[in-house]
Ligand binder design. Structure first.
Ligand code: NAD
Length: 252
């Protein structure tokens, strides 16, 4: 990664308080980007902003709940008002939990979809005029679960499959506009999301052993180059793509 690739560019990263979002923000800072970091966890978000600032990136932190459409609109408006342009939107915030299908309540289903699908969509809707103006890019973070039936993750896997098709559908609709819209689909990443998952009683572990990565899990830093590739000019060949980065989980 050549430092300076994102000099003068303004990048929004959601989920920036933790895990892949935080690592991505740090990587963009190292490559010269100005940053708008967003997350619902204000204290951890401010820690990320302090770290990117220490790397020399002009950074603003905007506490955001992606479930709240007004909060999504305020994030995009705040980014544009502060920096005058937006070059990339990285939708990394996500919600995950195991549940028996029979125990998924409407509230849990709606929350998973609101964080993983609705939030990214309305962030994109607000940001698109600015991204078209800058010939910018969108990177959505899906999951290997989008491509596999995943026991006890019906809501999560379905939401990530929806995010992949959201990516492709928008890529079609904006085929003639100067904006690129892509996604990545990681497998297991060593982050807070999967460090201590709450496993419900009565799970048949034979059904989920299939998803244990045979080649191990990724560190967040293993995936940041991929996000940056899709977000910047080196990724100009990609539009409507979802790049699997799952250490072989979906190989067969
Ligand atoms: N960890 C994995 O194994 C794995 C695998 C595949 C895909 N992913 C995806 O990668 C992305 C990043 O996850 P991670 O592993 O870094 O997890 P993480 O838990 O470390 O980070 C997720 C971040 O999203 C934020 N967030 C949650 N709800 C939010 C809301 N309503 N508004 C704003 N921010 C909110 C959290 O506060 C947290 O900072 C997610 O989209 C996740 O689904 C993770």
């Amino acid at each position: 990664m050549s430092s300076g690739e994102f000099d003068g560019k303004v990048v929004i990263v959601t989920g920036a308080a933790s895990g892949l979002g935080r690592a991505t923000a740090l990587a963009f800072a190292g490559a010269g980007a100005k940053l708008v970091v967003a997350d619902i966890d204000q204290d951890a978000l401010l820690a990320t902003a302090a770290s990117t600032t220490a790397l020399g990136s002009e950074t603003i932190a905007i506490t955001t709940n992606v479930i709240d459409i007004a909060s999504c609109a305020a994030l995009i408006a705040g980014a544009r008002a502060h920096f005058g342009r937006i070059d990339a939107l990285c939708n990394i915030a996500g919600a995950f939990r195991f549940d028996h299908a029979s125990n998924i309540t409407p509230e849990v289903w709606d929350k998973i979809f609101a964080v993983n699908v609705r939030g990214p969509f309305f962030l994109i809707q607000s940001a698109l005029p600015h991204l078209i103006e800058s010939s910018g890019a969108i990177v959505n973070v899906a999951s290997a679960s989008a491509f596999l039936g995943h026991a006890y993750l019906t809501h999560y896997a379905a939401s990530k499959a929806a995010l992949v098709n959201l990516t492709k559908s928008l890529a079609m609709e904006f085929m003639h506009a100067p904006v690129r819209i892509n996604a990545i689909a990681p497998g297991g990443i060593n982050t807070a999301m999967t460090a201590t998952p709450s496993i419900p009683d009565g799970i048949d572990f034979q059904l989920i052993g299939r998803y244990t990565p045979m080649r191990g899990s990724s560190e967040p830093e293993d995936l940041t180059d991929l996000v940056m590739l899709l977000a910047g000019p080196r990724g100009k060949a990609f539009h409507g793509a979802c790049l699997n980065a799952d250490r072989g989980i979906t190989a067969g």
